[in-house]
Write a protein that binds this ligand. Sequence first.
Ligand SMILES: [Zn+2]
Length: 343
Amino acid sequence: MRSHNAALVLDLLRGAGEAGISRLELAERTGLTPQAVSKITARLRAEGLAAEAGHRASTGGKPRTVLRLEPSAAHAVGVHLDRDELTALLTDLAGTTVALRRRPVDLGAGTGPVLDAVTEEVRALLREGGEERAVLGAGVAMPGPLDHRAGLPGRVTGFPEWAGHPVREELARRLGLPVVLDKDTNAAALGLALRPGAPASFAYVHLGTGLGAGLVLGGAPLRGDRTGAGELGHQTVQLDGPPCGCGGRGCLEVLCLAAVARGELAGAARILGAGAANLVRLLDIDQVLLGGRVVLAAPEAFADGVREVLAGLGLTAPVGVVAERDAVAEGAAWLTLAPVFGK
Ligand SMILES: [Zn+2]
């Protein structure tokens, strides 16, 4: 295990990108002594995690050597196991996708066949490129509720047979890799939180085959002790409304998906806006980010609809759309990458 200080240095190298960063700047930013930084960077270079990125002129003395992260030093697998589709991708150490595979799945086909499909796709992904890569592990994101600490899904709405199945353990055994399991929304939120310039607190509101939110407060995902935070889709917004698979009535998810099914996108956007407004009022967040397949099919309609609801309530949090189709799978890879950077 690398030290906390090495993780700090690696994270600054990551943030500096191609341009790189000098040892002196690393010392200034970490508060470590230049000697300590030199020791750490020498070790990171020996391990192949950092490399020289040229020289930069400095005032007075000799030009400073600039260091950068070596993205090809390690890779991670990100899996988005959705209700009807499986996406598996391979990223480098900087989180850039280098290979991707996608296929339809039916989460209702049972744990055996679905985990067979995940295993096949990940193995195929690792074979692609043909070279021997150092793979840190696999992050797997699926619909909640689930327990990320135990690596167990909960009672996924409509797919009760997944409840309590040891998904993390089984995939780790089949793949021979460390596996982290988390909710789709948490994975996406983590990936977004680690982007340079990300707001300190935001909600990632995902509308796809379900509706949920990943919450980031103070730069870190808020999962709750039972991974139960962010179950936005099952907030009651209509007392005695239509029944929901969760056992409740008038849940945001059931109302919003019904509006989408009727083709009433403006209505669906208003319902989503009501949910987003509840989050902004409850958590005082900086930003609302919308994503997921249904949003990406009509991004302006959803962003405008949600903005209108917030503005009507005098809420000023900006509303954005996460345009990347694979934000969840990319975030799943970050479940494995983040600890390298002390996140
Ligand atoms: Zn519900």
